[in-house]
Design a protein around this ligand. Structure first.
Ligand code: PLP
Length: 348
């Protein structure tokens, strides 16, 4: 008998994407934004006072809550700050799920959900998407305490219309968490559902559209009754003082954010077309990455050949994904280096 709970002993743990420490690499494997954050963020960083480091941070991150509420047209009490979107996933699963209260989600999707469910030791109900990644009707009938829909979905980049999420929210007896880590790159979002339903939580991340993966900041948007419950579960000081200051500066600079996102969306289009020209099957993506299905050669072999050239993309050795590569949209120069390498690898 080990020291750990049985489910922890058995768990493999989440395997994060490779984070190479060398600088001369093309890193397109964990969907970071290739462009720097707003200059306002760097100004806020320089202006951090020793006093802010000496004291505990504001437990609720009120400055950020107010700024995010303004952006989304909700009240500050509808916002909860988190140590990255992943922190919210962990808080929600701890808050709603146990041995008798299941977690449900459509698959394939973000591979962290089953890892967290295993740690919580709750049943998980995986409902397959159809071939076109439409929302499966059975998702409404699982009886789960918590249902997570990643929208736009990872790693497919596909998007479920918000009306379908509204119908799902109305049918579920439990809570619907819409994981919108990539919504900055889509044309619509589910925030209005927070006003229309008492069981909807929207997850947002500052890692992607705001170029802040390094500080770990995300947030929930939800009805106040749900926020009140979630606050009981979070760590008292789950976001630090520097992160609150920087995330607030970032979200307040909406004009930089919009420009940044627009540039990534344009580059996504170009990358998609170039990959198609090389013979990959690539669906239209609503995120800052594309999922490219290999037609010439194995995805694993292409992944290895790229890695040897210090170009990192994401390969999932999982059913339905093992003939595909997930590629983050990089700068134009990075995308060009990727495409030049692929021309060599795929043709030879
Ligand atoms: C689908 C999805 N949800 C949530 C997250 C969490 O993002 P973060 O913790 O960086 O805010 C990620 C990160 O890549 C993701 O891909």
């Amino acid at each position: 008998m080990g020291y750990f709970r049985d489910n922890v002993e058995r768990a493999a743990g989440y395997v994060p994407g490779f984070q190479p420490q060398a600088t001369d690499v093309v890193k397109l494997n964990t969907n970071e934004n290739p462009y720097p954050p707003s200059p306002a963020v760097l100004k806020a960083l320089v202006e951090v006072r020793p006093e802010q480091l000496r004291r505990y941070p504001d437990p609720l991150g009120q400055a950020f809550r107010a700024a995010a509420a303004g952006v989304h047209g909700v009240e500050p009490d509808n916002v909860m700050c988190c140590n990255g979107g992943d922190d919210l996933l962990s808080i929600a699963i701890r808050a709603f799920c146990d041995e008798k209260r299941a977690l449900a989600y459509p698959v394939p999707t973000y591979s962290l959900y089953p890892v967290l469910a295993n740690l919580q030791d709750c049943p998980m109900i995986e409902v397959p998407f159809d071939e076109e990644f439409n929302l499966p009707g059975e998702l409404a009938r699982t009886g789960a305490a918590l249902t997570i829909v990643c929208n736009p979905n990872a790693p497919t980049g596909t998007f479920v219309p918000i009306e379908e999420l509204a119908s799902l929210a109305g049918e579920l007896s439990g809570v619907l968490l819409v994981d919108e880590a990539y919504a900055d790159f889509a044309d619509a979002d589910a925030v209005r559902l927070v006003r229309e339903f008492d069981n909807v939580i929207v997850l947002r991340s500052m890692s992607k559209g705001y170029s802040l993966a390094g500080i770990r900041f995300g947030y929930a948007i939800a009805p106040t009754t749900l926020i009140t419950g979630l606050l009981k579960v979070k760590d008292s000081y789950n976001v630090d003082a520097v992160a609150i200051a920087l995330a607030t500066a970032a979200i307040e600079d909406q004009s930089y954010f919009k420009e940044n996102v627009e540039r990534v969306k344009q580059d996504r289009q170009e990358l998609t077309e170039q990959l198609r020209a090389l013979g990959f099957a690539v669906g239209d993506s609503c995120t800052n990455f594309v999922l490219a299905e290999t037609k010439n050669g194995s995805a694993a072999a292409i992944y290895e050949a790229l890695a040897q050239r210090h170009i990192f993309v994401r390969y999932f050795d999982a059913p339905g994904l093992d003939n595909k590569l997930r590629i983050s949209v990089g700068t134009r120069e990075q995308n060009e280096r990727l495409l030049a390498a692929l021309r060599e690898i795929v043709v030879t």
